[in-house]
Design a protein around this ligand. Structure first.
Ligand SMILES: Nc1ncnc2c1ncn2[C@@H]1O[C@H](COP(=O)(O)OP(=O)(O)OP(=O)(O)O)[C@@H](O)[C@H]1O
Ligand SMILES: [Mg+2]
Length: 242
């Protein structure tokens, strides 16, 4: 189901990490991590609390310096801070909601530089909320705004950390459907951190499972739930497969 965008011209991988060690100061919490994302695919990064998913994303996004290993972008080493990576086409939706609550929906969208129209095309729900202060939106609407703003820029790769956090299942379905549409339409590659494996597998093409700072398994999303459940049952922890 993976669709490769022909315009990349650099082979199939947009973003990859090899032997990545990541953490805080000298404290490595992610070790020897190999992951890659290609245009037009959604890759789920799964794992329980504290596995190192957010640390991985922060490092790929340029908010944390890697301790060791290599990150490549379109085949060349990737360095530089978040804003430089953003200009190159790397989008990042962090774990904490990043809308500016005191500003209107319209102004939040304008901050994203992708414009208002493409965002409202992806989420028509935002159309009637443009003049409302973002702080007055529901949690689900705020997350739609966050995702709309990130996707409207048409990044080559989007890193998204727990879009589903604290949201009702119907909203999560809506967010993931829009994500899938944008990926299909624009050939965006997505690395999607999720704790809810079942939902993540429904929307993704393939998955990595992290545990205690390492990738312990990977596979195609079709049929992946059984393997993930088996791994978790072996660990007496089914929570990820809920
Ligand atoms: N600022 C920090 N300083 C030191 N250690 C940290 C810091 N932030 C996270 N950690 C530790 O790094 C490890 C991985 O955390 P991380 O936030 O990457 O996990 P996660 O997989 O995203 O978990 P969750 O599903 O709960 O969001 C944890 O043991 C955590 O305590
Ligand atoms: Mg996290």
């Amino acid at each position: 189901m993976t669709v490769l965008a022909p315009e990349t011209g650099t082979g199939s991988v947009a973003l990859s990490a090899r032997g990545l060690v990541a953490g805080y100061g000298d404290l490595a919490v992610v070790r020897d991590l190999d992951v890659s994302v290609s245009p037009g695919e959604i890759v789920a990064l799964l794992g329980p609390n504290g596995a190192g998913k957010s640390t991985t994303l922060l490092t790929l996004a340029g908010q944390l310096p890697p301790i060791a290993g290599e990150i490549t972008w379109l085949g060349t080493p990737l360095t530089g801070a978040l804003h430089r990576r953003a200009r190159a086409g790397l989008g990042f939706v962090p774990e904490e909601r990043s809308v500016i609550m005191s500003m209107s929906v319209r102004d939040n969208l304008l901050l994203g530089s992708g414009g208002i129209e493409p965002a409202v095309e992806l989420f028509p729900e935002l159309g009637k909320l443009l003049d409302r202060r973002a702080g007055l939106l529901s949690g689900g609407e705020q997350q739609m705004l966050t995702l709309a703003r990130a996707l409207a820029r048409r990044p080559r790769v989007l890193l998204a950390d727990e879009l589903s956090l604290g949201l009702a299942p119907i909203i999560v379905d809506r967010l993931f459907a829009a994500l899938r549409d944008a990926v299909g339409e624009f050939g965006i590659g997505v690395l999607l951190v999720e704790q809810q494996a079942r939902r993540a597998l429904d929307v993704s093409d393939r998955w990595y499972l992290m545990r205690r700072g390492e990738v312990v398994a990977a596979g195609a999303s079709d049929g992946g739930l059984e393997e993930i459940q088996r791994l978790y049952l072996a660990d007496h922890d089914e929570s990820v497969a809920s």
